[in-house]
Design a protein around this ligand. Structure first.
Ligand SMILES: [Zn+2]
Ligand SMILES: [Zn+2]
Length: 347
């Protein structure tokens, strides 16, 4: 079927699609096959975009996801009895005339866009995504579609993420300038921690990197999937002064609790897209903000929509209004889905 473009035709596509996919506050629902995408409550059948806790939840009877996402879910929730792996680029008939394919989303290891096709209409659910190179996961793969369902975590024109290399250079400069201190980098355990480590290695930082206990299992999982992270050691193997001049990676919450008192005069750093907002860094007592995000910034969100050229855009979560307004200015229909339970702090 010919690709549908233009505002008038978009209305037709939206009507066509809505009888096989229903946006719901708790996820996107495919009624013909009783299947949900990233449901926020346990369901009998779920397709999962990636392993972050606000998308992948425990308790579904059957899960379809990439092999990496299944491995992450298994590590977090225990054996996934009904797990079915689908590799990037493979097609699977789901029933009711619907075909599914997973494409890389460039967000974290195993993260996928879910491509659903029925009767010549193609719909893509991005999950969370970014367009920057990330040495720990496969880059986002663009594919034209009729309806693009996107996140908008950083969906405001003020959000522009700087280059990752310059933020890593800031971290290494602070380390060199403060030999009597250590640097404790707050980073989420799935994705951000491994990305910071891999970027440090890329910048030729070959010394051991010390891990908070909450990081070890996921770092091992990344390494088992071919992502080399170099010499990683539990932070408990060093005491007091021996930690001076070292980099420690810890969950953001650990920087605020008693755990951090064991560190000798730490410089507290945080790797997050939110560090772009100086106020946030100051309020959370972060001395060294590192603007490293696993989400698309404004330019990447709008460039992706232009590139995929959908007739219609649905926005799952984040700062929807500006993006919806932008779509209108660029002759695309757009709507907010107001999904519940998406944790947009987790970047
Ligand atoms: Zn995510
Ligand atoms: Zn998310």
């Amino acid at each position: 079927m010919a690709r549908v473009t233009g505002k008038a035709q978009a209305a037709i596509v939206a009507r066509m699609v809505q009888d096989w996919i229903i946006p719901h506050g708790h996820g996107l629902y495919l009624p013909g096959i009783d299947t949900w995408v990233d449901p926020s409550r346990p369901q009998s059948r779920a397709i999962i975009t990636h392993g972050h806790a606000d998308h992948a939840r425990a308790g579904h009877a059957h899960v379809l996801a990439t092999p990496e996402t299944l491995a992450i879910m298994q590590q977090r929730f225990g054996p996934q009895a009904g797990g079915q792996a689908l590799a990037y680029g493979e097609r699977l008939a789901l029933g009711d005339g619907i075909t599914a394919m997973l494409l890389p989303a460039g967000h974290v290891l195993g993260s996928a866009q879910i491509v659903l096709e029925k009767a010549g209409t193609r719909l893509i659910i991005s999950g969370d995504y970014k367009r920057r190179p990330d040495p720990t996961c496969t880059p986002f793969e663009p594919l034209a579609c009729d309806i693009f369902i996107t996140e908008a975590t950083f969906g405001l024109p003020v959000f522009h993420h700087p280059g990752t290399a310059s933020e890593i250079a800031k971290l290494l400069a602070a380390l060199a300038a403060n030999p009597d201190r250590c640097i404790a980098v707050g980073a989420y355990a799935l994705g951000k921690a491994q990305r910071v480590i891999a970027e440090l290695r890329r910048a030729r930082y070959d010394a051991p990197i010390y891990l908070h206990g909450a990081m070890t299992a996921l770092c091992a999982l990344y390494e088992a999937h071919g992502v080399a992270l170099g010499d990683l050691r539990p932070v408990g193997t060093l005491k007091g002064d021996a930690l001076k001049g070292q980099i420690i990676i810890a969950p953001p919450s650990a920087l605020r609790d008693v755990w951090s008192r064991r560190l000798p005069d730490p410089i507290t750093a945080m790797a997050s897209g939110w560090m772009r907002v100086r106020q946030r860094a100051v309020q959370s007592g972060i001395e060294l903000p590192l603007v490293i995000s696993d989400h698309a910034d404004w330019d990447e969100l709008t460039a992706t929509i232009t590139e995929l050229n959908p007739a219609e855009v649905w926005v799952t979560h984040g700062r929807e209004e500006a993006l919806i307004h932008w779509c209108g200015l660029h002759q695309r229909r757009a709507r907010a889905l107001d999904m519940v339970g998406r944790d947009e702090e987790g970047d």
